[in-house]
Write a protein that binds this ligand. Structure first.
Ligand SMILES: [Zn+2]
Length: 196
């Protein structure tokens, strides 16, 4: 989510504390790992496909498979095992099971952690109101008019993300903050407009 990914320490809270807490709850649930017993059953069901090609030392190495999935939520484990069933010609390794969903797993954990950091650092301070946010989102494309700055990340609200002025003047526009060098208005004329 852009408002989570774009937040940095020093920024105010980009949503109300209640909204941030609700998102933190949601992402905590999305990142909640499967229980180890449930994981063991799911893995056993999938590796049974290779039945006579099961490694002879399976009882010794099964723990490594659990280790590879212990931080996976059940829906991602389910999806990872499905990938393995459809695509693995050989008995899968722990890495084969992890690979198909690794990026999404990391993303869920990163979003959860960032929301937690956000609340811990900025939760007691002021927050961006819906009105302020809407004003920034509507004003940013206007600032990108001819002679103004060029903020690629603001071209398609609400797919709005923080970006630097592409003219290279040093100004930047974010969903809930903007800035630039001394004396240059990030919503005003761009000193480098038309140079390219
Ligand atoms: Zn500029």
């Amino acid at each position: 989510m852009p408002w989570v990914d774009g937040w940095l320490p020093g920024h105010i809270l980009p949503r109300s504390p209640d909204q941030v807490r609700a998102e933190l709850d949601r992402w905590t649930r999305l990142a909640e790992p499967v229980g180890v017993e449930h994981a063991a059953v799911m893995i056993e069901q999938t590796v049974a496909l290779w039945n006579d090609r099961t490694p002879k030392n399976w009882s010794d190495i099964a723990d490594f498979y659990l280790e590879a999935v212990e931080d996976m939520p059940p829906d991602l484990l389910d999806e990872a095992l499905r990938e393995v069933r459809l695509n693995s010609r050989f008995f899968p390794t722990p890495a084969d099971i992890r690979a198909p969903v690794l990026a999404r797993l990391e993303r869920r954990k990163r979003t959860r952690d960032r929301l937690g950091t956000m609340l811990a650092i900025a939760g007691d301070g002021p927050h961006q109101t819906d009105y302020q946010r809407a004003r920034q989102i509507f004003a940013a494309p206007v600032a990108s008019k001819a002679g103004g700055h060029d903020y690629p990340g603001t071209r398609n609200p609400p797919e709005f993300f923080t970006s630097d002025c592409a003219n290279g003047c040093g100004c930047w526009m974010g969903e809930f903050r903007s800035g630039g060098p001394e004396g240059v208005d990030p919503f005003g004329a761009c000193p480098k407009a038309g140079e390219g």
